[in-house]
Structure formats: C-alpha cells, structure tokens
Design a protein around this ligand. Sequence first.
Ligand code: SF4
Length: 263
Amino acid sequence: MERQIETMRETPHWSYSAFNTYLTCPMRYYFRYIEHAEVERTSISIPFGRAFHMVLSDRARKGTSYTIQDAKEDFAVYFRGETEVSENLTYKPDEDYWFWDKRGCDMLEVALAEWPDDYTVKSVAEAFSVDVPGLSKPLVGEFDLVTVDGGDETICDWKTASMKWPNGKADRDLQATTFCYAYQKKYGTNPVFRFDVFTKGQKPAHHQFYTLRSHDDFERFVFLAGKIEKAVNTGIFLPVESCMNCAECAYGSRCKAVHRKVA
Ligand code: SF4
C-alpha cells in the first residue's frame, strides 16, 4: 500500500529536505530538485538508514510483542530491498553489505533494549501538508512518531549518525523547527521535539535530544522559507564548495563541469 506521504509528494511541494539542501548547497538543490539528475553515487548510509528506520516504525506500531528476532529478520529484508533499488551504491574501503547488515543488527539490539514504552503512541509515520504564508506550494513531510505523555505531545524523529551529536545541535536544527511549525499549524499545539540518535560506531549507542521552538522561531522559519523560494524562482544556484559538502556529493562530476556548459 502506498504511504500517504508518497501521494503528497506527487504534486509540487516544499519539504524540510529541500530547504536544507538549498541552505547547504544551492547547486546541489538545482541538480536534485530542478534537473532531477541521476545520482553518481549513493552512500550505503542512505539505504541503511531507511531500512533501520522502517524497523523502528514497525516496533512503534506493534509495541512490546515485536521481538529483537522480528526486528533483525525485518531489517534483513528491508536492507536488501533498499540496496537493490539504490543507484551506484558505494562503500568505504574495508566495508561491504554484510558489514552493514551486522552493524544494523547490533544497533537494533540497543534500540529495542532501550525502547521507551512509558507513553501513548498517537501516530506512526504521520504525513502532513500545511500552507506556509508567502509560499506558492504546501510544506509536506512525515512525523516518524508522535507520542502523548500527560499533557505533552512529542514528535520523535529517528536518526542514524556516525557519531554522537554535539550539545546544542538539536536546538539549532531546522528540521525540528519545520516539523514543530507544521504540527502547530495542523493541531494548534506547539509540541516538544525529540531526536533519537543511534550511532553507527563499533559500539552502537542511543542518545535522546529534546528541544522546543518558540513563536519567534516559527516567524523566522516563515521568513527563511520565503527567501529560499524567492532565490529558487530567481535562479540563484551557487555551488558551496567545502570538504564536508562535496566529499559525499552525488553530483560531483556534474558540478565540476557546470561552468563549461554555461560559459
Ligand atoms: S560538489 Fe560540492 S559544490 Fe558541487 S553541488 Fe555538490 S556539494 Fe555543491
């Protein structure tokens, strides 16, 4: 069955990912969202993260009856499926499919052992589509998990990461702002936001980061979103070259040649 979010994505829209891509590198935004260029490489971390995420959704839906054995079996199926549809998959030296298959199982051991069940699940993989003042297209996305605990409603977002997040990252993160804004538009309540970050090192770990957003943060988000749409409509797609940005970029060759096409 097609997920509701997939249907929403079939019509013109904005997303957190599109905003973030533009802010990170407008040229990359152009290749991905305007040109829809073929990716030159897909890091194994992409299908790995998707498969891990799907297992966590299953755990959230099925509750305590979902065992670690179920999780590992489902992960094997999802990971195989995700890698098979990934274009030009790349691994780091000394890593292969089975390295990540094993690492996924190790991370699931941690995730399920530390799974918090002391709240009510309101929704899992809940799609949203909201209007943002000044934008010509709706903002769409999906809340991984929404929980209710007493009077608090919390959006939880699952992440896999190479290392533990630094202090303060969650408080500056645009995804938390975008999703809290959308939730507030949808339900009229400003929620708590929690990142559940699972590290992919030799000793996987789970860290939770709570954060809140204010009315002023929402106004700033609306301002920023409007500026991005204006810049896109004006055709401003500058490359932002840096080691961090370009090392894993899926459009490296295309980017290197782009000035020759326009010269
Ligand atoms: S190679 Fe670097 S500058 Fe070029 S699109 Fe990718 S991230 Fe941007």
